[in-house]
Design a protein around this ligand. Structure first.
Ligand code: SAH
Length: 395
């Protein structure tokens, strides 16, 4: 059986239960495993550390399936892991407000490389690594058996697949019911196009933040930047916002946003949809001396890794500085970052220095994070990617 032998003293992260083995820690590979095959990782003394999935093309050369030497990675093992993830989501009160749920959150659900979202009776699966790819057909069958759903759509089109040497795949893996699907979130309805939408179709991670921001919207003039299909906008309008201006660079996303408004009986005067680039638009609004009572900034990922953090920081600071300038006194800014390379402490510093540069006195009222169906394994801090702040302009 093939195995990876680590260099001396390179097992520390595995002993802390971190699930990745980087190529630099490896002394040698013994055997010639296929991509995604299960292989053991041993320390420099030849002692067992973990059963892992082998990724020959990635810097993350192996990902842990199990730290238990007696475990066998097979159908029953994967079924057990899926059941654990489903049981977690069934915790009373955790995600009862929606039928659109992340069922499996990769490393944090002890299933590296596998992301599964449920939209009503439809599953959307992302296989991101050689290991999840190796087991993909088995996983698809198990997911249908364990959830009772009839179809699985595969959205294996994330950039990270390239690092694994895997091609883009986008299509039905099982069944083939119609898409788009309609889901509900806190009583509001949304259309999700799993075939062409971003990620698996919807930003499920922002669910409770959309609700929270909605609660704060009554009577306010709202500017929703990077609105996608109008998640925050619909919550704001439904909660009595005075006006909601939603901006995105994607015409398709905006069209779906307008459909979502109609679906919730919110069409009409108070919702406007604007196609454009947020960066110049905020400058234009500043030059026109426009102002708002609530601004939402939920940009796409500017930095996937810490190495891109500096450039990303400038981007975040720019939009936050402009947003502070457009806020009326007493106005609220809900600002987010989903960049793995920018941690919560750095994000807070960026927002603080943006307020300083804008010449605005502001306080932080709340911290935001990803919804609880996107858990973070305690030994895998990389899983905590979404962070946000609710700030209020004082002067
Ligand atoms: N808040 C949304 C998710 C936002 S995702 C929700 O809750 O559903 C980020 C969005 O930013 C995407 O819709 C993308 O099309 C848009 N986008 C990316 N760069 C942009 C830019 N420079 N200007 C405007 N929109 C942009």
């Amino acid at each position: 059986m093939a195995y990876l032998l680590l260099k001396p003293d390179r097992e520390k992260s595995l002993l802390r239960r971190h699930p990745w083995v980087f190529s630099g820690a490896i002394e040698k590979l013994v055997g010639s495993p296929a991509p995604g095959e299960t292989i053991r990782v041993l320390n420099s003394h030849g002692q067992f550390l973990a059963h892992t999935a082998y990724s020959p093309h990635s810097q993350i050369r192996a990902r842990v399936w199990s730290f238990d030497e007696n475990a066998t990675v097979d159908v029953d093992f994967l079924r057990g892991r899926i059941r654990q993830a489903l049981a977690r989501r069934a915790t009373p009160g955790l995600v009862s407000v929606t039928n659109a749920v992340r069922l499996i959150h990769a490393e944090s659900d002890n299933l590296p490389g596998l992301v599964v979202d449920r939209y009503g009776e439809l599953l959307v699966m992302q296989s991101l690594t050689a290991g999840s790819e190796f087991w993909k057909e088995t996983l698809a069958d198990l997911l249908l058996e364990e959830t009772g759903c009839k179809s699985v759509y595969e959205r294996s089109d994330a950039d990270v697949r390239e690092l694994e040497g895997l091609p883009v795949i986008n299509g039905w893996l099982r069944g083939g019911t119609s898409s788009p699907v309609q889901v509900t979130e806190y009583g509001l309805k949304f259309i999700v196009n799993v075939e062409t939408g971003h990620k698996t179709g919807f930003y499920l991670d922002q669910r409770h933040n959309r609700f929270r921001v909605g609660q704060l919207s009554a009577g306010r003039d709202v500017l929703n930047c990077f609105c996608y299909t109008g998640g925050f906008s619909i919550h704001a309008a439904a909660n009595g916002a005075n006006s909601v201006l939603s901006v995105d660079s994607s015409a398709d996303a905006l069209a779906l946003g307008a459909q979502n408004a109609a679906l919730n009986g919110l069409e009409g005067g108070k919702l406007d949809w604007l196609e454009g680039d947020v960066f110049p638009l905020l400058r234009k609004f500043r030059d026109q001396a426009r102002s708002f009572d609530l601004i939402i900034l939920d940009p796409p990922k500017f930095a996937a890794t810490a190495s891109q953090a500096e450039k990303a920081s400038r981007g975040y600071k720019d939009i936050n500085r402009l947003a502070f300038k457009l806020l009326r006194p007493g106005g609220l800014l809900a600002t987010f970052s989903c960049s793995g390379g920018i941690d919560a402490a750095l994000f807070q510093k960026i927002v603080a220095s943006a307020a300083l540069d804008a010449g605005v006195d502001a306080v932080m009222l709340e911290h935001f994070s990803q919804a609880s169906d996107h858990p973070v394994a305690l030994h895998f801090p990389e899983g905590a990617y979404l962070k946000g702040l609710l700030c209020q302009r004082m002067d």
